[in-house]
Design a protein around this ligand. Structure first.
Ligand code: BGC
Length: 409
């Protein structure tokens, strides 16, 4: 019997050389909604299939809850094998403190410089010429997701842009619907405000304020109009008493709410609910007014572990995340766009195709995380939640917002 077992084990080890050598890596992330869980499972599946072992470290409550936990584990001497951040400045201090693994050799061996598109994704992983993260997707936050059922119930057509959405709100309310679904977590109102800025003030104003950091424009009339529009919009969200973004998406999926301003990750929820783009729901990038994408997204960073085996596994995982097969499998479930253009996305749904068209058109801007520090982002999130959840005067909110931006100059 013993001999038989040994023989079987030997045979297995010949067929699958990595048996017994699997290296475990704990991977932390904040992907806990239905669509997100389905997407991250693709990463885990690929890592395990390649002979290592993904130990899932999902942290519930969104990025705002997860990031401080991740950071304190890394700075406190309890690092995980890999962790999600939005690429940009969120992990910058950790990199500068020498706590993150340098992935430049992986990037060079796999030609990341030639394949990652747009190049700003890799630039955001680069500090002093060295690469410290593996980008996994482009995530654009500025979409309006609409429930076709809510509008059918109210007997009015589905809006084609933000202005029509605003005009349709009274009819939705008369039909007992919540016009705008919005979760209570701070980042969600900040995201909605950012999307409305482009819709109401236009892309040029957004760039002048956020890229060129022109504080006169930030304090000017165009931005005042955005704050006024946001004050109008917050009435539409008054009855949306949910916390998580996916609970708000669920109000749209079930037809209780007309729409939600949310990132393209909402697609994953519609997909898990079996809904079809164009039939059950409608997606309007740039709120239907300015079709553009901001090209931030998710990236994985690998804390230094002082363990050669683990380090080798970290590098294997980094390479795998950027590989064509994993890019396709992950992004189709996630609703995000791949970070490389050389892969087959024939299976993309209508909304993802819209995203791919915008990407090809080059109508791209950086994400908030790429242009502002985590500190400025946090101040604005706090301000936005106060503004959207109270009757705070739009002028007062505008003045505070300008101060917040100035603190980051
Ligand atoms: C991430 C997305 C995620 C979303 C909601 C964003 O910060 O980039 O990947 O789906 O948060 O959890």
């Amino acid at each position: 019997m013993k001999t038989f077992k040994l023989a079987t084990a030997l045979a297995a080890s010949v067929a699958l050389p990595s048996i017994g050598l699997a290296t475990e890596l704990e991977v932390t992330h904040w992907w806990t909604s239905g669509g997100e869980a389905a997407a991250v499972a693709e990463l885990a599946k690929a890592f395990d299939a390649a002979g290592d072992k993904w130990i899932d470290g999902a942290i519930a409550g969104g990025g705002g809850t997860a990031r401080p936990i991740m950071i304190s584990r890394i700075t406190g001497g309890d690092p995980m094998g890999a962790t999600q951040f939005n690429h940009g400045q969120q992990a910058l201090e950790l990199v500068e403190a020498g706590l993150m693994l340098d992935l430049t050799d992986v990037a060079e061996a796999n030609n990341w410089k030639d394949i990652v598109y747009p190049p700003s994704l890799l630039d955001s992983c680069t500090v002093d010429g060295r690469i410290y993260c593996a980008p996994v997707n482009i995530h654009s936050p500025e979409w309006l997701w609409l429930s076709n059922k809510a509008y059918a119930d109210a007997g009015i057509p589905v809006p084609t842009n933000w202005n029509e959405f605003v005009a349709s709100a009274p009819a939705l309310e008369a039909a007992g619907k919540i016009p705008l679904a919005l979760g209570n977590q701070p980042w969600q109102s900040n995201l909605a405000f950012g999307a409305m800025t482009v819709a109401v003030a236009g892309l040029d104003v957004w760039k002048q304020v956020n890229v060129e950091k022109n504080m006169d424009v930030a304090a000017g009339a165009e931005m005042a109009a955005v704050f006024q529009a946001a004050a109008d919009a917050r009435k539409f969200a008054a009855k949306s008493n949910v916390q998580d973004w996916n609970q708000a998406t669920n109000l749209v999926i079930s037809g209780q709410a007309g729409g939600q301003i949310m990132g393209d990750w909402a697609q994953g929820e519609f997909q898990v609910a079996g809904q079809v783009a164009g039939t059950d729901y409608t997606c309007l990038p740039g709120l239907g007014l300015n079709a553009y994408l901001s090209t931030g997204g998710d990236a994985f960073y690998f804390p230094k572990l002082q363990d050669a085996d683990k380090e080798a596994a970290q590098k294997r995982l980094a390479a795998l995340m950027v590989s064509p097969e994993v890019q396709v499998a992950f992004n189709l479930k996630k609703g995000s766009l791949p970070i490389r253009g050389d892969i087959d996305l024939a299976a993309a749904n209508d909304c993802m195709k819209k995203g791919l068209e915008i990407l090809a058109s080059g109508n791209l801007v950086p994400s908030g995380d790429q242009v502002w520090s985590p500190d400025v982002q946090k101040q604005n999130e706090d301000l936005m939640v106060e503004f959207w959840k109270s009757d705070m005067d739009p002028g007062a909110a505008h003045a505070q917002w300008v101060e917040n931006l100035k603190s980051g100059l």
